[in-house]
Design a protein around this ligand. Structure first.
Ligand code: NAG
Ligand code: NAG
Ligand code: NAG
Ligand code: NAG
Length: 344
């Protein structure tokens, strides 16, 4: 009897201890749980109630001069004639950085090979690498010399004199839409992609050709983030203070790793950049803000992988359009993508 009593007590004691453990884990992790779960619930119900983002336009409005000043850095490398052909089907911006020469070389000899695309797919694609300057002053001048030499050979770099950092990505977005407006406004489609993305060019071109035949307009397609809440934790690189963005969710936007807009949307986004405060540094969110002020909304396409990597499987690669996170296997993927047995 006495023994039993002891055992019961022991069990209760263990229960108590485990409860305490669970509670303390919960308390320690609460902020994350709160962040991921509660803010999603909050933002979805918020969207349900409000379901319109008219307020963004007004509160982010700036004068034309102020808007211009956000992206008005001098050009170090620029070209006027990249889009001299009258029939540019796709203007493809690759968001690169000065030091990523290897990635650019890999892209030029694989999915960004304009000669291949013209010959095998029959359309004109212009690949333009956009970048700022290296943030480290000591490395800058040597890299800059290399960049001039690289551009001498390929003539496909566009560089502006802003520090090429994560927090200046919106400046790079402005660069793309302003450059497109000034030098390539006749392109049928415009795409923006990271330099570690694999693009299945044959699949992309076929998809866009089918849209083009239907004279599609108002197109903005990619992997869509809906109702994403701003991150309020200071240690995150996506941290956005309330003063910068006060609402509980962002307008819908596509993952910046790879998305396509039609020419008319590119023009509208450009117009939107002329009256919006571009100080929010998350470029794809800023794109969403531009789009909502001109009444454009993004469409989901399952074969744009967003930030994710498409798992390697022949059935997926037969249909995939973009896949993110490829630093070393782009050449391999391209061989697979263009192998005759996959093409038929
Ligand atoms: C691009 O494609 C063409 C035609 O297929 C090929 O001859 C050329 O070697 C390729 N360029 C590079 C840099 O791989
Ligand atoms: C953006 O670039 C400008 C110009 O080089 C620089 O002054 C600024 O510090 C950069 N901003 C960030 C957040 O890196
Ligand atoms: C743009 O927004 C930032 C952050 O919210 C603010 O500090 C800045 O004053 C605004 N700029 C203009 C020109 O309104
Ligand atoms: C956004 O606001 C600005 C300034 O208030 C206004 O000029 C512009 O027409 C608005 N744009 C849209 C699409 O409502």
């Amino acid at each position: 009897m006495f023994m039993n009593f002891r055992r019961v007590k022991k069990c209760q004691f263990l229960q108590l201890i485990s409860m305490c453990c669970i509670m303390s884990v919960l308390m320690v992790c609460w902020e994350q749980v709160d962040h991921h779960v509660v803010s999603h619930v909050k933002s979805y119900s918020y969207r349900y109630l409000i379901n319109s983002y008219n307020f963004i336009n007004k509160s982010f409005s700036v004068t034309r001069e102020e808007a211009d000043s956000f992206g008005s850095f001098p050009f170090l490398i620029n070209h006027d004639n990249i889009c001299a052909d009258s029939d540019v089907f796709l203007l493809l911006f690759v968001k690169s950085s000065p030091e990523n020469l290897e990635r650019r070389e890999a892209i030029r000899s694989t999915w960004g090979n304009q000669t291949y695309v013209k010959r095998e797919l029959g359309v004109t694609v212009k690949v333009v690498f956009v970048m700022g300057i290296h943030p480290d002053q000591h490395k800058r001048s040597a890299l800059q010399k290399d960049l001039y030499a690289e551009d001498e050979v390929h003539g496909d770099l566009v560089q502006q004199e802003f520090s090429d950092t994560f927090h200046n990505l919106t400046v790079k977005l402005l660069l793309q839409f302003r450059w497109a407006h000034a030098k390539c406004s006749h392109a049928r489609f415009l795409m923006s992609a990271d330099d570690d993305v694999f693009i299945h060019m044959p699949n992309l071109v076929h998809y866009l050709q089918s849209l083009s035949q239907q004279h599609v307009q108002e197109l903005w397609v990619g992997h869509v983030h809906r109702g994403a809440p701003p991150i309020r934790r200071k240690d995150s690189k996506y941290y956005v203070p309330v003063q910068m963005y006060q609402w509980a969710s962002y307008p819908d936007y596509t993952a910046g790793a790879g998305y396509v807009v039609s020419g008319d949307v590119a023009a509208k986004i450009y117009q939107a950049t002329l009256s919006l405060n571009a100080s929010i540094h998350i470029d794809d969110v800023f794109m969403g803000m531009c789009a909502i002020t001109v009444g454009v909304s993004p469409q989901e396409h399952v074969y744009f992988s967003g930030e994710g990597k498409a798992p390697y499987h022949p059935c997926i690669y037969e249909k995939m359009i973009t896949s993110h996170g490829h630093e070393n296997d782009i050449r391999y993927l391209w061989r697979v993508a263009t192998a005759p047995e996959v093409n038929e």
